[in-house]
Write a protein of this length. Structure first.
Length: 63
């Protein structure tokens, strides 16, 4: 029972990626890379904002 449930999930994921790759070719790969890059930039911007906010807060307390 367990393997029958596990196999379709893994196969489905691979099939989706393969279909995207076949349909878009290189553009599909670029799209995935771009989405990852955008997510990384968003995380960095958020961390930068948090750092500036905390640092400004501490500066206010010091002064």
């Amino acid at each position: 029972m367990e393997p029958r449930w596990q196999v379709p999930a893994a196969h489905g994921q691979g099939a989706v990626q393969r279909r995207l790759f076949r349909r878009g070719g290189l553009s599909g790969v670029v799209l995935v890379a771009a989405s990852k890059a955008i997510r990384n930039v968003a995380v960095l911007k958020f961390l930068d904002f948090v750092f500036v906010f905390v640092f400004g807060f501490q500066l206010k307390y010091i002064l």
